[in-house]
Design a protein around this ligand. Structure first.
Ligand code: ATP
Ligand code: MG
Length: 765
């Protein structure tokens, strides 16, 4: 039982009290994930059957790590746990129960690209303006409806939603949603949001199914609960209703998926839903130095909306937080790369002790270049996933068709790849015929003579025979042999083999890598069903983050802050701390968004165990233009006593023209006062309430009152803007290159106006 010795009294109480509803809302690094891990181990040690435990995590990687830890305590029993992300767990359940909601069990999972491509097709068919009804916008709208459990019928019948869409001049959204739903259904496909939405439908309409899973999952645990959306919340609530053995852990200060519908209200509701709720408080941070913990506390205290929490660290006070300024993003990369090299040698660290975190994927480029120059091994997490690469998606589309030939997005993807004379005109004909006869594209393809005129019947017959032969082979061969057969006979391998360019070769290697992965899967002994169909289910929900951890442990990790959730590293660099980048431009419109951005900063800071470095550049290329940047307000929010400033070159004199808090000190004064070798903050147990008011760097950005037009480079689609004459509007399209970018802006009551940004004097609101 010595795993219990690794817990403090509060953690231990939460681990040992296994019956009834429990909630832990506590700050970063306080051992929430550790509590869940040990609680599961404890349940199994106490004799609970692992098959009866469900643990929901935010990433597949998190569940893999957790399972490994648990197996150290309980051994192979850990294999029987139901553990994974919401999407992966409920996709698995839907496979079993699909027929109850009218879906085939071999349904396809549409990824975001598939969904958007389908939306674009629907917009074309409905002859809607794809600028007004931008595919991303429509996708998000449908996604958010589903995450709030609003079906297309409810959407159309809601007077409120209709009024909103009409006032936004997009009255057809409901109709698009309806068609989209029907088309997915016809194709035997579910999109990501459907995996949760349809689970809700399944559990709501089938009391026997609900009862079955309530009995199965007698114990439920959810990590990162603050980032669940309404749809996830409802599933958990339903499943836990019979036994109420539900334990959730989270930190409201780390809620960073509001933009995707995550709802902090789910934490607050929890207390209402379970009057017998036991609440546990964890206050000690075991991860980070005192300085890092106190900086994090002081940052988050700037948010108005938060639950009161006390977080302290008993670790050493540690180094001060280093702030480095560079002139360009390339120089910023250089500073970080050199610092990693130096730190590694002087402190005997390994590359894997370092992480570079950024706000947007695009920032990785400058970092990568600098690391490569110094031969520092690195690995990028997130970004374009392996499975998102074109060649991989092409081959997978053939796999998809093998198991579900109704999958229309897969048909469209490969019907003419490699080329076989079935171009866009043919595809359009097939779609029209399918629509007219209310059948699937596949049915048209299987009987072309009956449905379409023209001389393409032979090619279509060949195509359908090809797919049918794949299906037949898959019944005889194992996963790897099937995959190889399809790669060869589809013509994809040959097509890539003859392309001798560097890119062509790398695409060929990627296909080889996919095949290797399938071979490994086919040889696994810990699972019964090793068919290609099962492999497909697994990968549909994988992201790059889930693959990357397997190899090259000795690398610096590069990732967005969103992907860094729950992780920890000895030394962390948070880069690009500039206004309009972090906080991002999109967040500057409302307090809610800005606070989410600040929580993101809190997440970034609290990943660091020993050393934290913040960097910013005073200029950076954005959208092809060299843009001047101001340091992020977030730096200014940190109490100066925790900071150590490092200015790489002579500071620009203009930098002290703005100040926060009415405090006016010059950059050099400020720098001198920071670099005095005084000991960093010694206090432990600094609470949000008693923390000193932060003094502020003289570089913060203050929004200027009155009308000041913004620089052309800052505008983005969807942004709300103000025009001196036309008033408030929303950018619906941007075209052309700087400095001649033309914006289409929708103004209330005036409709769309085309404006040349360099003359238009628009202000972002
Ligand atoms: P986050 O909010 O970032 O997800 P968390 O609250 O889930 O953090 P953990 O990741 O569980 O925190 O724990 C942070 C670190 O502290 C881990 O390295 C963990 O092993 C360690 N830790 C937690 N509790 C203890 C303890 N009682 N004794 C020693 N180390 C601990
Ligand atoms: Mg955690």
């Amino acid at each position: 039982m010595d795993y219990l010795a690794g817990l403090n009294p509060q953690q231990r109480a939460a681990v040992e009290n296994t019956q009834g509803p429990a909630m832990i809302v506590a700050g970063a690094g306080s051992g929430k994930t550790r509590v869940i891990t040990y609680r599961v181990a404890h349940l199994i040690e106490k004799g609970v059957d692992a098959f009866n435990i469900l643990v929901l995590t935010f990433t597949n990687k998190a569940s893999k790590d957790m399972r490994e830890r648990i197996s150290k305590v309980v051994g192979t029993e850990a294999k029987n746990l139901w553990m994974g992300t919401f999407h992966s767990v409920f996709a698995k359940i839907l496979r079993v129960e699909a027929e109850k909601i009218g879906y085939p069990s071999n349904f396809t999972i549409y990824d975001t690209d598939d969904s958007k491509s389908l939306i674009r097709a629907i917009l074309r068919e409905m002859q809607l303006d794809d600028k007004l009804y931008n595919a991303n916008f429509v996708y998000n709208r449908i996604s958010s409806a589903k995450n709030n459990l609003v079906s297309h019928v409810e959407y159309i019948n809601s007077a409120e939603i209709q009024a909103e869409d009409v006032s936004n001049k997009r009255p057809m959204l409901g109709a698009i949603y309806e068609t989209y739903t029907k088309r997915c259904f016809k194709a035997g496909a579910m999109d990501f949001d459907d995996l949760l939405f349809k689970t809700n439908v399944l559990l709501k309409n089938n009391p026997d199914v609900l009862n079955k899973y309530q009995q199965k999952f007698k114990y439920l645990m959810v990590d990162e609960y603050q980032d669940t959306n309404f749809s996830q919340y409802t599933i958990v609530k339903k499943l836990a209703a019979a036994y109420q053995n539900i334990c959730v852990v989270g930190d409201d200060a780390q809620s960073i998926y509001g933009f995707r519908g995550a709802n902090i209200q789910n934490i607050l509701n929890f207390e209402k839903d379970y009057p017998d709720l036991k609440v546990y408080k964890l206050e000690q941070n075991y991860r980070s130095t005192q300085n890092i913990v106190e900086v994090a506390n002081s940052i988050i205290a700037n948010n108005k909306n938060q639950l009161e929490k006390n977080v302290f660290s008993d670790n050493e006070s540690g180094d001060r937080i280093k702030v480095s300024r560079a002139f360009t993003d390339n120089e910023e990369g250089k500073i970080v790369a050199e610092s990693i090299m130096q730190d590694r040698t002087s402190n005997g660290l390994s590359y894997s002790d370092f992480a570079i975190l950024y706000r947007t994927n695009a920032q990785s480029r400058a970092m990568e270049e600098a690391l490569r120059k110094l031969n520092v091994p690195y690995k990028i997490y997130g970004g374009l996933s392996f499975y998102q690469r074109k060649e991989i998606k092409d081959l997978i589309a053939y796999f998809r068709l093998t198991f579900n030939p109704s999958d229309e997005e897969a048909i469209k993807r490969v019907i003419n790849y490699p080329r076989r004379g079935l171009g866009d005109t043919t595809v359009d004909k097939i779609i029209v015929a399918a629509d007219q006869h209310d059948i699937t594209m596949w049915e048209v393809i299987c009987d072309p003579q009956k449905y379409i005129a023209g001389r393409i019947a032979n090619q279509l017959n060949d195509f359908s025979m090809l797919i049918k032969s794949f299906a037949a082979e898959s019944k005889k061969l194992d996963a790897y042999e099937t995959a190889l057969y399809i790669a060869q006979h589809s013509g994809i391998l040959k097509e890539l083999h003859i392309d001798e360019s560097v890119e062509g070769r790398s695409r060929y290697e990627n296909i080889q890598e996919l095949l290797n992965g399938i071979k490994e899967f086919a040889e696994r002994e810990d699972i019964e069903d090793r068919s290609l169909a099962i492999f497909m289910q697994d990968i549909a929900l994988l992201t790059n983050d889930d693959r990357a951890d397997e190899k090259d442990k000795e690398t610096v990790s590069l990732m967005t802050i969103h992907s860094a959730k729950g992780l920890e590293f000895k030394n962390v660099y948070v880069v690009g701390l500039e206004e309009n980048l972090f906080p991002s431009q999109m967040s500057l419109n409302s307090r809610t968004d800005l606070e989410e951005e600040r929580r993101l900063f809190y997440v970034a800071i609290t990943r660091a165990e020993k050393k934290l470095t913040l960097t910013y550049a005073t200029s950076r290329y954005r959208w092809g233009t060299l843009t001047n940047c101001e340091p992020s307000r977030f730096i200014s929010e940190i109490n100066a006593k925790y900071l150590e400033l490092e200015v790489v070159k002579a500071p620009k004199t203009s930098i002290d023209s703005d100040s926060f808090d009415g405090e006016r000190r010059s950059w050099s004064q400020q720098r001198d006062s920071f670099s005095k070798p005084k000991p960093a903050g010694q206090s432990s147990g600094s609470t949000i309430a008693n923390r000193p008011k932060p003094t502020v760097l003289p570089t913060a950005h203050i929004p200027t009152p009155g009308f000041t037009p913004d620089a052309a480079a800052s505008f983005q689609n969807g942004m709300e803007v103000e025009h001196e004459k036309f008033g408030f509007g929303k950018i619906v399209n941007l075209e052309g290159n700087l400095p001649d970018v033309k914006a289409t802006v929708f103004f209330q009551g005036l409709g769309n106006k085309q404006l040349l940004l360099k003359f238009a004097k628009l202000r972002i609101v």
